[in-house]
Design a protein around this ligand. Sequence first.
Ligand code: UD1
Ligand code: UDP
Length: 382
Amino acid sequence: MNKLRIMSVFGTRPEAIKMAPLVKELATRDDIESLCCVTAQHREMLDSVMDVFALTADADLNIMTPRQTLSSITSKCLMGMDGVIEDLKPDMILVHGDTSTTFAGALSAFYHQVKVGHVEAGLRTYDKYSPFPEEMNRKLVTQIADLYFCPTENNRQNLLREGVTDGVFVTGNTVIDALKTTVRKDYRFATALLNELDYQRRKVVLVTCHRRENYGEPMRNIFTALRDMALQNEDMELVYPVHLSPVVREAAGKYLAGTPRVHLIDPLSADEMHNLMARVYLVMTDSGGLQEEAPALGKPVLVMRRETERPEAVAAGTVAMAGVEYADVLRMGNELLRDADAYARMAHAVNPYGDGSACRRIADAIEWHFGRLPERPADFRP
Ligand code: UD1
Ligand code: UDP
């Protein structure tokens, strides 16, 4: 029998971190040829992940431009994918999550009548403009996909409510598989500042913020609240690896640069970031991935967004919604810095998003779908 040609398509940092362990798991299967196509919607931030996980792309669309628009990402991906699909002839294309690469990758597969597997399927906020454009990307990919790999049972229920019942697997999130390979107790940072910080005596707050719907006023509110938090709490250090988006860098520079105890640094490699997260006191973020990683590492998270598609860790008590208003972000941040009981209630490790075997389940599900394995993999249960 011919090997199955399974092509993973991704382009941004979070997709790469979450697809890396899957590309590798697929490569261990005797009956699978694991192929990898990067759109390079992100260039430097993608390349960093490729290095950390020692991945090589079979095709690279190299589409990124400064301040790119959604239309430019989508159209360049679509145009580039035509040739890649013709050359590499995949039996199935795997896309991840909700970026423009995800949507364009799935649409392109459909145009070529190639089956689509959606990794991290079934997340929803039910607000078309938040996160923007990600909520719509997820819904559109749901219409196109053949197989759905849901991190949690809650995600499967979301799909069920939309009438999607076939080809749905609950696998856990592959980000937990990735975390298991990067976090080490004896890790030494390549970034000098991160070795110098005193994580026992100082309260180190890790911040990230990059979402398009937070551009403008929400980002101004968030950054001024973080600035005032740093000014009001002499026992804290704020570490913010700033996303390479020029919009984000300008805002962070304008509102946070020069503030005592605030360290604005360049994006960290995934292994630096995961090991930093394992050592800090608190995480404040609008990122999706951090909402999954930090709870697994026992770190409280304040989400600086209006909503979340990841309610599981909120229910478990390790994640709280701070919103995007100045007063709320400042009040909730200060509370976790100053109230030991409030902090202790949130600082416990929970793993609603996975047990580190998501990639095994996804690879099994693909083999089962193509008749190469006799049994359907059992669903992930936390
Ligand atoms: C994208 C995703 C978002 C995801 C985020 C992860 C879309 C629409 N958005 O948003 O869902 O949460 O990635 O980080 O798909 N840039 C660089 N070098 C890089 C990366 C980015 O210079 O390595 C700059 C470029 O100027 C680029 C800009 O950042 O134009 C924005 O990148 P883009 O992919 O359009 O949006 P993100 O906000 O990163
Ligand atoms: N991350 C990283 N370096 C950084 C910031 C984030 O490696 O400087 C990792 C983070 O640990 C997580 C992923 O990137 O695995 C999240 O990406 P991002 O916040 O850009 O996107 P989102 O998850 O919001 O889509």
